[in-house]
Write a protein that binds this ligand. Structure first.
Ligand SMILES: Cc1cc2nc3c(=O)[nH]c(=O)nc-3n(C[C@H](O)[C@H](O)[C@H](O)COP(=O)(O)OP(=O)(O)OC[C@H]3O[C@@H](n4cnc5c(N)ncnc54)[C@H](O)[C@@H]3O)c2cc1C
Length: 188
């Protein structure tokens, strides 16, 4: 099913189809606080690396204007805060004699790296959706396969789950999944 449920009956029907019964059971005991509402986020976007050459001098972007996620992932505010922190650090270098041009250039250089992990996570999940068209990013299939392994392992291994939660909450980089100790858990 690619369309979200339009009625309470459809909603319950889909909840009943889930592999685990908890959500369906809960809905049976709960009372709706409003009628069903559907919201759609038609796109996610991140500006390309070469955009800096096309912008007015000393122009910056931050938050959703630079990189906008599907709210489902709950990462937009964290990323916006991380970008604000980066900007604060860069502007702090003005007091050590750096020029504004250097500081803004440095901000733009560091911005893609800062957003790589959450953007990757957003793409990995978005490209599982059968309705997505267009050129698939290189390596996305491999990343989806590896992520699936992480999800499965995290269901029964609390140390994998902890790492997954840390990466999803952007407190640790995704590179921690490539530590030999963790890879062994995924592929045993
Ligand atoms: C339904 C929904 C749920 C979300 N849930 C989460 C979540 O659970 N966790 C999470 O981390 N993120 C969530 N997000 C994403 C998060 O809200 C955004 O990533 C974040 O607010 C981006 O901050 P921002 O400052 O870039 O933009 P915004 O918060 O959108 O701020 C932009 C501001 O600029 C103002 N503005 C716009 N145009 C002009 C103009 N021309 N002149 C003056 N002012 C202007 C707007 O009124 C607004 O106040 C959600 C988003 C949506 C839509």
């Amino acid at each position: 099913m690619t369309e979200p449920p339009q009625t309470e009956e459809d909603f319950e029907h889909i909840a009943k189809m889930l592999p685990q019964p908890h959500i369906y059971d809960f809905i049976q005991r709960a009372t709706p606080i409003s009628e069903l509402k559907i919201y759609r986020i038609p796109s996610q976007s991140r500006k390309r690396r070469n955009i800096i050459n096309k912008l007015p001098n000393r122009f910056i972007m931050i938050g959703d204007s630079y990189c906008r996620f599907d709210p489902l992932y709950g990462q937009g505010m964290t990323v916006a805060a991380m970008e604000a922190e980066l900007l604060r650090k860069e502007l702090g270098r003005l007091s050590t004699g750096e020029t504004m041009d250097t500081v803004i250039k440095s901000y733009w250089i560091k911005l893609p790296k800062l957003t790589n992990d959450p953007w990757d996570m957003a793409l990995i999940e978005a490209y599982r959706h059968p309705g997505i068209t267009g050129t698939r990013p290189i390596g996305i299939g491999l990343k989806q396969w590896l992520t699936q392994k992480i999800y499965k392992a995290s269901a029964h291994d609390s140390s994998v789950y902890l790492r997954l939660a840390q990466v999803m909450n952007l407190t640790r980089p995704s590179s921690i999944f490539f530590l030999p100790s963790l890879l062994r858990k995924l592929f045993r």
